[in-house]
Design a protein around this ligand. Structure first.
Ligand code: UDP
Length: 314
């Protein structure tokens, strides 16, 4: 298969490029390095099936790029994805998910390619229903600091569904819940990279608010498998992808202490504005549709991630 991966130098994007190349596919990767990094794709530099194009799909219309091949699938993963990043790049986040998504859709329309867009559990906002099913419409503050991400992703979903209804494009909308693993930036502000960076420096583990808020953490390899299974289906509505094992942030900090044997103190800091209190995916649809469920539990995933940051290899 021939793939175009937009945002391919990011955390998820570079792991996706690896998985596609490992199965013998060809990959064109586009990134503007706003939150991705050259080091994530450095190892692919001499791979004859890999081509990298540095471009920003907000300022450059991807329909105007001269690609070495016509893609069978376009993966649009280009967006800041950690709260720290999207609050730092609010307009870029809104634009890459709106203008950027429409450009990708037009390219898919022109080439006949399938189109996958990485949506997010943030479309559910601070959910009143838990676990969250795809049929839940969410509880989003449309003008809060997180809205630049939440509403941009919700707009993108609406846009994609409109293109699907009008033009019958084969679209895929995974709603990705908290995912972690090798190649997350240690300074991206998310809880697992923060805790790992703090453990490396033997600093206290920072807890925002009371630490009783929950998240459900999926190891990156599981998530990538889910994406690759999804694009093989004929299902064009949103599908939750995530690990349903739910932990409070205090439990996560305790796990880091257990695994590292460091027993670092917990430092409680003020809560984050509009921080969702609970997040846990209902993955019944993904199980039925894809025969998929995460295989890596939190402890193993954290061990693998810590190994990567200590040794610099997966
Ligand atoms: N969090 C924390 N300490 C940190 C970083 C994050 O307690 O050093 C909390 C954050 O307030 C949220 C949860 O961990 O409740 C997950 O945050 P993250 O930024 O990883 O992702 P989110 O799910 O909010 O997008």
């Amino acid at each position: 298969m021939k793939n175009l991966v937009i945002g391919g130098a990011g955390f998820l994007g570079s792991n996706l490029c690896d998985a596609l190349l490992d199965r013998g596919d060809k990959v064109i990767c586009i990134d503007n390095f706003i939150t991705g990094s050259r080091s994530n794709i450095e190892h692919l530099r001499d791979n004859k099936n890999f081509r990298f194009i540095e471009a920003d799909i907000i300022t450059l219309d991807i329909e105007k790029i001269n690609f070495p091949f016509v893609p069978d699938i376009i993966f649009h993963l280009a967006s800041p994805a950690s709260p720290k990043d999207y609050i730092c790049y609010p307009l870029e986040t809104l634009r890459v998910n709106s203008i950027g998504t429409e450009r990708c859709l037009n390219l898919a329309l022109k080439t006949g390619a399938k189109f996958l867009f990485t949506s997010t559990s943030e479309v559910y906002g601070d959910p009143i229903e838990t676990p969250q099913k795809e049929t839940y419409w969410g509880n989003v503050n449309p003008v809060g600091p997180r809205s630049v991400y939440d509403e941009a992703k919700r707009y993108a979903e609406a846009l994609i569904m409109a293109y699907q209804r009008i033009y019958k494009i084969k679209v895929y909308i995974p709603r990705i819940f908290n995912t972690y693993g090798p190649r997350m930036r240690l300074d991206d502000g998310r809880v697992i990279p923060n805790f790992i960076a703090q453990a490396i420096k033997k600093n206290p583990l920072t807890i925002y608010g009371d630490g009783k808020q929950t998240r459900s953490f999926c190891y990156v390899d599981d998530l990538i498998k889910g994406l690759l299974l999804l694009v093989e289906t004929d299902y064009h509505m949103p599908v939750n992808l995530g690990n349903p094992d739910e932990f409070t942030i205090i439990e996560l900090a305790n796990k880091i202490n257990e695994i590292t044997g460091l027993n670092l103190p917990l430092e409680f800091l003020p809560p984050v504005v509009d921080d969702p209190r609970k997040r846990r995916p209902d993955i019944s649809l993904a199980k039925k549709l894809l025969g998929w469920a995460p295989a890596v539990n939190l402890e193993d995933g954290l061990r693998r991630t810590l190994y990567y940051y200590m040794k610099g290899e997966k």
